[in-house]
Design a protein around this ligand. Structure first.
Ligand SMILES: Nc1ncnc2c1ncn2[C@@H]1O[C@H](COP(=O)(O)OP(=O)(O)OP(=O)(O)O)[C@@H](O)[C@H]1O
Length: 685
């Protein structure tokens, strides 16, 4: 019981007394009082948590007494009564949870930091491409865009800016126009998929850097996957076409040495940057931070993190740490910066040294702890959606005037484009591939993406669908992490050019990929997280165009999927069906497809085993060459041999390894059970 007693005694300690003797006496007194109070509390637990006057003697209760007190523990009190602590005098002791006063406290509402709770709302506006552009909205009429930007945008066939761009671009430009020591606030932008976030950061950085004199890495754009990095690189390169700025893409799709050559040059013993803007993935960035001499981020002015919530995930853990330590090595500044408020002197000394951080996503994390890692400077949030205040009935008793404080719950992370139609189709697990095939045939979808929950599932599904579509004009291919970056690039290009009708993808491709005119996005399996769903369906209905998303569900999946959507205020949409006779209609084709898949899997299994054995043997031979033939096998080598196939005896170790020789036609050993059965049969005979 004492373990849970917290004794706070403050009053007497506050009064200073003269002399050591006095202090000692005082301590004795305090100790006596403490013991008395503890004893009294144990004797009368029901009376109150608070003891007004301590009893004169200190009594340490025996076990029997302690038992009694436990038996008489009061039932839990109502929360309203226990929350009250007003009457507790400051010099008294309070037992926390020791005597039944521990009650369930009211659930505390999550309090968002002010910047998340009070964002800047991105005002709506149509994205419809076919709509007439009002003269006032035309690109040349926007005073904040310079000539080269307007020219580049026209070349990209962009006639006006989308709402997120109209809000964010002038804000960034204005923030950078302010004189020293003003430092722009870092920003987070949460806007739906396909709403034009790329140009929202690309236009201002290109415009602000276009006046530079010397070439140095001044902007770093970080994206989660190579395909996305390539896409953003293309947009920024198009924008830079009318300027002298150099953009560079760093991703695993190229050789490191080739990229190093593009990045820096050595002249008279000194390294010079050849690029102004670097677009990269976290992994490749870390590679270059460690391997590329002269790659310097000392002059970094902008750090842009696209798909910020993904990049801040644990998967990409350490890139920020590496970046930070690299910047610390190359300069005395701290990339992560400090949080407000800064005094004038600090502002002045840090002016121009900290990069301006810009975070973008359609599902920006609401979790302040994750964003904390970036140590944003006086952050500001731009979002499209905002919950309305929950208006409580004013006639209600206890109606509080501060009800409006509920205003400002940022829900922008779950917005989908208005032009998106969501549907679902319920089917049996064993018929899922056939259902997918039947849906594509029924609705004549000519450009579709189909998402699976894993790369292996993507491979299997592609295999089955290829056989099923064999007689039709529809061509499908896999696009997952199982393939090399180069193959993925080629497949994506074939899809963009129309040579392929459908791509079977894993979720690595669910984010950011922008391919025009996708009819439908299919989820072969219900996504596990709402964020995944938002990004998957966001591959269609982009830039104001219409699109459909269909999720295939089994009866078991249905409840969980509906709940997941319901929790964020969404519905699964209309149910669509395929003919109940599909199994009969396509029985032969489906059987053939499944047989082919089985063969393929068997073939892959054998291939993997052979590969494994080859690697094990190679390792062994290599080791022998280094250490000589007479060395005994290590445990690891024995394991490798076992895994790689014991019948492949190491040529160097024939005489040493005591592998049991298996006779070619010998029968396997009989088990005890088989022996008993055999003898029983013999007796019966
Ligand atoms: N102002 C504009 N006018 C016409 N088209 C535009 C405009 N801005 C962007 N687009 C087009 O809209 C599409 C989507 O843009 P973008 O990829 O930037 O969206 P996003 O918001 O980043 O989407 P996601 O969250 O999925 O990454 C692109 O094809 C782009 O060319």
């Amino acid at each position: 019981m004492e373990l849970f007693t917290v004794n706070r005694y403050t009053e007497d300690l506050k009064k200073p007394k003269d002399g050591i003797q006095d202090i000692a006496n005082n301590e004795d007194e305090i100790l006596q009082k403490l013991l008395q109070k503890a004893a009294k509390r144990k004797r009368k637990p029901k009376d109150s948590e608070v003891i007004e006057n301590p009893a004169p003697e200190a009594v340490i209760p025996d076990k029997e007494e302690a038992k009694d007190t436990e038996e008489h523990v009061e039932p839990l009190e109502k929360p309203e009564e226990t929350v009250e602590e007003k009457d507790v005098p400051s010099n008294e002791f309070q037992v926390l949870g020791g005597d039944g006063s521990a009650t369930k406290k009211r659930k505390v509402e999550m309090q968002l930091p002010s910047w998340l709770a009070h964002p800047t709302i991105i005002e709506g506006g149509s994205l419809q491409p076919e709509e007439q552009v009002p003269a006032s909205e035309a690109i040349d009429k926007l005073h904040y865009l310079n000539k080269s930007t307007c020219l580049a945008l026209k070349q990209m066939k962009i006639q006006r800016l989308f709402p997120v761009q109209r809000q964010v671009i002038p804000w960034i430009l204005e923030a950078h126009a302010k004189p020293a020591p003003f430092r722009p606030r870092d920003i987070c932008v949460s806007a739906p998929t396909g709403s034009g976030k790329t140009l929202a950061f690309a236009i201002p950085i290109v415009q602000l850097l276009s006046q530079r004199v010397e070439c140095k890495v001044r902007a770093l754009v970080v994206l989660p996957v190579a395909e996305l990095a390539l896409q953003v690189f293309r947009v920024i390169s198009s924008l830079c076409s009318k300027t002298e700025l150099e953009v560079c893409l760093l991703s695993k799709q190229h050789k490191l040495e080739d990229e190093q050559e593009k990045l820096v040059e050595l002249y008279k013993g000194k390294y010079y940057s050849k690029v102004d803007i670097v677009v990269t993935t976290p992994g490749r960035l870390v590679d270059h931070l460690h391997a590329t001499k002269g790659f310097c981020l000392k002059n970094l002015k902008f750090l842009i993190i696209d798909e910020a919530d993904r990049i801040m995930d644990a998967v990409f853990q350490n890139w920020l740490y590496h970046l930070d330590s690299h910047v610390k090595e190359t300069t005395d500044q701290l990339l992560a910066g400090t949080q407000a408020p800064l005094c004038y002197a600090e502002l002045q000394s840090s002016f121009g040294k900290q990069p301006h951080k810009l975070l973008f996503s359609a599902t920006l994390s609401q979790d302040p702890e994750k964003l904390q890692n970036l140590r944003l400077f006086q952050p500001r949030l731009f979002t499209t959606v905002f919950t309305m205040p929950v208006v409580k009935d004013v006639t209600e008793e206890n109606a509080e005037p501060e009800t409006n404080s509920e205003m400002g719950q940022f829900v922008g992370k779950y917005t989908t484009p208005a032009e998106l139609t969501e549907q679902f189709c319920v089917t049996e697990l064993r018929l899922k591939p056939l259902t997918l095939f039947a849906l594509v045939e029924k609705y004549q979808w000519k450009r579709f993406l189909c998402f699976t929950n894993s790369t292996d599932q993507a491979t299997r599904l592609t295999n089955v669908l290829t056989t099923l579509f064999r007689k039709s004009t529809t061509k499908v291919a896999e696009l997952s992490g199982n393939l090399s970056a180069l193959v993925r690039n080629k497949t994506l290009a074939s899809f963009v050019s129309g040579k392929l009708n459908g791509l079977i993808c894993s979720d690595a491709l669910a984010r950011g990929i922008d391919v025009a005119d996708i009819d439908v996005v299919l989820s072969y399996e219900a996504p596990r997280h709402i964020k995944t769903h938002i990004h998957r369906v966001g591959r269609t209905a982009r830039a104001g165009r219409r699109g459909t998303a269909v999720t295939l569900l089994t009866e078991q999946d249905q409840a969980a999927f509906t709940k997941m959507l319901h929790d964020v205020g969404k519905a699964p949409g209309e149910e669509i069906h395929v003919s109940p006779d599909i199994e009969v209609q396509h029985s032969l084709d489906y059987k053939r497809a499944l047989d082919k898949l089985r063969n393929y899997q068997q073939h892959e299994k054998t291939k993997k085993a052979v590969q494994k054995r080859r690697v094990a043997n190679q390792a062994l031979v290599h080791k022998k060459q280094i250490e000589g033939p007479d060395r005994p096998l290590t445990l690891m080598e024995k394991l490798q041999l076992k895994a790689g196939g014991a019948h492949q005896v190491d040529p160097f170790q024939k005489q040493k390894t005591k592998l049991r020789k298996v006779k070619p036609n010998s029968h396997p050993r009989e088990t005890m059970k088989q022996k008993i059965a055999k003898s029983r049969k013999a007796i019966e005979k």
